[in-house]
Design a protein. Structure first.
Ligand SMILES: Nc1ncnc2c1ncn2[C@@H]1O[C@H](COP(=O)(O)OP(=O)(O)OP(=O)(O)O)[C@@H](O)[C@H]1O
Length: 614
């Protein structure tokens, strides 16, 4: 039997801490198990290190493993490790006092607030050993240090004001903690509960965790291992485990670095983008670890939001296990991790675009929206992201694409800018009026099918010193010599009268009607007085009920038969001229991708048909 019971008071801060721990309803209190397992793993890590470097240790052949035993009848949970153990002095020092001044301050702040229910904070702060009192109303700890002449001690407390230390019976090296569970925590004396919690938080702890005789953590922490020692099958199995996936990943990136920050990362790009299939917004899927212990599952802050499709893990020794979500948000360390890993991943993608073009194409087809979202919003990585963008163009085949760098590489000698045009489809763009002048000059034009493309181009303005210019820009200036007016074109005087007349007919729908210098085959084109039509298209998309596209600039082709006939009809005071002018204008709006109220048009088209059929 043990003798010499010594009762000791907890340090003030610990009393405050325990008071909060005991009297609060903490929703994620199961993390106590993570804290205790990680203490046990730390103790064994220290033992291993001592064994390698220091003096002889007690029970040197004892296997390093963590045993957890549940007892549903006595409602106890016992956690045993074969780690470094504690001497009596260490017990007093480590478990009765808090040395760290930051922690002291934090606890003071918490108890000053008086809000004992504000426990999310404390849970995230990580209360280590004391978290045991979230679930237990009595904790008994048996421990024996690794030092050869050490004795065994029993520490016990109800977590209220004091604890006792008693000399214990002869134990083998390590620590055994018995948690006498509170009634509302009896669940933790059930094997299934304990197994579930361990799988969630401690799957990759580097020592075996054995629950009631059965090993629970069977998955290796691959990300810590050397790449050469891992097979493709192992990587794929690991991916399936952490991503809850059934197929294999499209890409994987495994890297470790020590500078500028210690980091081990294993990232996967899944085979499919579920957002594409209308599954709603993808949740982030990268878990944050510190030395293989889970800090935050599916962390929303460790990578930018536009990388939410990635699955995997990031592990940094530099992270404190107890980092709270609040501190994490503005932790310089997290910002650094985020930046380093994001840049590394973008560099990886850039490399894949050249080394594995087919696979990259598949990636681009499925995940391009995320890259674009990043290019639109993430100023920190915009440059790297824009480099990855791919577009169809007037020089590519359907389904093939070109990057901005490739585009520049094959620009015409006299060409000074990068040109792009927006439209819903390739056919739509190619049958429209905007390409005509570029075809004529032999300039390649990028096709942007999504409004976000135009937004990105508008936001970056230029790439590698070349301006990005929308082909429907109203003041488009292709720089070099204007083409002579065709001999077949209406004389300038007449065109002047005609444009004035059209302006009168269309009224406030146009700000200006003028002769075009860009048209070859089309009779007319609308341009935006704001620069490009994409702004108007976007406003229409956002405001679906509105058919009001705002006023446009209308340019007409003075050589086109239709325009010449329109002029003739106008001069003959044919009432049909007005109808024709309105239809020409609306046809041009449709070609610009603007949505027109179809009701008025149907009536007009019927009139036109009637007339055409005689
Ligand atoms: N199983 C154990 N074996 C040996 N020493 C332990 C064990 N559990 C706790 N200790 C000692 O008690 C100290 C306090 O533990 P506690 O969990 O409160 O804080 P920590 O482990 O230092 O930090 P944290 O858990 O917040 O990361 C530890 O630093 C360690 O020295």
């Amino acid at each position: 039997m043990s003798t010499g019971v010594e009762t000791k008071e907890f340090q003030t801060e610990i009393r405050q801490l325990l008071d909060i721990v005991i009297h609060s309803l903490y929703t994620e209190r199961e993390i106590f198990l993570r804290e205790l397992i990680s203490n046990a793993a730390d103790a064994m890590e220290k033992l291993r290190y001592t064994q390698l470097t220091g003096p002889e240790v007690k029970d040197k052949d004892l296997t390093l493993e963590i045993h957890i035993d549940t007892d549903d009848t006595t409602h106890t949970l016992t956690i045993t490790d074969t780690g470094i153990g504690m001497t009596k002095e260490e017990l007093v020092e480590n478990i009765g006092t808090i040395a760290h001044s930051g922690s002291k301050e934090f606890i003071k702040h918490l108890s000053a607030k008086g809000d004992q229910k504000d426990l999310n904070l404390i849970g995230q702060f990580g209360v280590g050993f004391y978290s045991a009192f979230m679930v237990a109303d009595k904790v008994t700890l048996y421990t024996r240090s690794y030092q050869m002449e050490s004795q065994s001690f029993v520490w016990e407390s109800d977590g209220v004001g004091s604890y006792t230390i008693t000399e214990g019976e002869d134990l083998s090296r390590g620590t055994k903690m018995v948690l006498h569970l509170k009634e509302d925590a009896y669940d933790f004396a059930k094997e299934e509960t304990v197994q579930r919690v361990i799988k969630q938080y401690s799957s990759f702890v580097p020592y075996p965790i054995i629950v009631n005789g059965q090993k629970v953590n069977t998955v290796d922490a691959l990300w810590i291992k050397n790449k050469n020692e891992i097979t493709d099958e192992e990587y794929n199995e690991f991916y399936k485990f952490i991503a809850n996936a059934h197929d294999e990943p499209l890409f994987r990136l495994h890297f470790s670095s020590d500078a500028p920050i210690n980091i081990n990362t294993l990232l996967f790009v899944p085979k499919e983008n579920l957002e594409q299939f209308g599954f709603g917004r993808t949740e982030p899927g990268v878990n944050l670890y510190c030395k293989k212990v889970l800090i935050q599952e599916k962390s929303p802050i460790v990578l930018p939001e536009w990388l939410r499709f990635l699955r995997g893990v990031m592990d940094s020794e530099e992270l404190p296990l107890n980092i709270s979500r609040e501190t994490m948000q503005d932790s310089a360390l997290i910002t650094k991790l985020n930046k380093v890993v994001t840049s590394r991943f973008l560099k990886f993608l850039d490399g894949q675009a050249t080394s594995e073009p087919e696979k990259y194409k598949e990636f681009w087809e499925k995940f391009n929206f995320f890259i674009k979202e990043g290019a639109a919003n993430d100023f920190t990585h915009r440059k790297e992201l824009v480099k990855l963008l791919q577009f169809e163009s007037s020089n590519t085949l359907p389904g093939e694409s070109v990057s901005l760098a490739n585009y520049i590489g094959r620009m015409k000698e006299d060409q000074t800018a990068i040109y792009y045009v927006n439209g819903p489809t390739r056919e739509g763009i190619e049958s429209g009026p905007y390409l005509e002048v570029f075809r004529d000059k032999g300039y390649e034009v990028i096709y942007t099918y999504a409004a976000i493309d135009d937004y990105i181009f508008g936001a970056i303005g230029e790439y590698e010193g070349k301006k990005l210019i929308s082909a429907d820009q109203s003041d488009l200036d292709l720089g070099n010599e204007q083409k002579d007016r065709s001999e077949l074109a209406l004389p300038e005087e007449e065109i002047k009268d005609l444009t004035e007349w059209i302006k009168e007919v269309l009224g406030s729908k146009v700000t200006e009607v003028r002769e075009s210098k860009r048209l070859v085959d089309s009779p007319a084109v609308v341009l935006s007085p704001y620069g490009t039509n994409s702004m108007q298209r976007m406003m229409q998309l956002m405001n679906k009920d509105s058919n009001d596209v705002g006023p446009s600039v209308l340019e007409i082709n003075a050589s086109h038969q239709m325009i010449k006939r329109l002029d003739k009809a106008r001069k003959n005071e044919d009432t049909f001229a007005k109808i024709a002018a309105e239809q020409i204008f609306e046809n041009a709006q449709i070609a610009a991708g603007l949505i027109i109220d179809p009701r008025g048009m149907v009536k007009r088209l019927n009139e036109i048909l009637e007339r055409a059929l005689g």
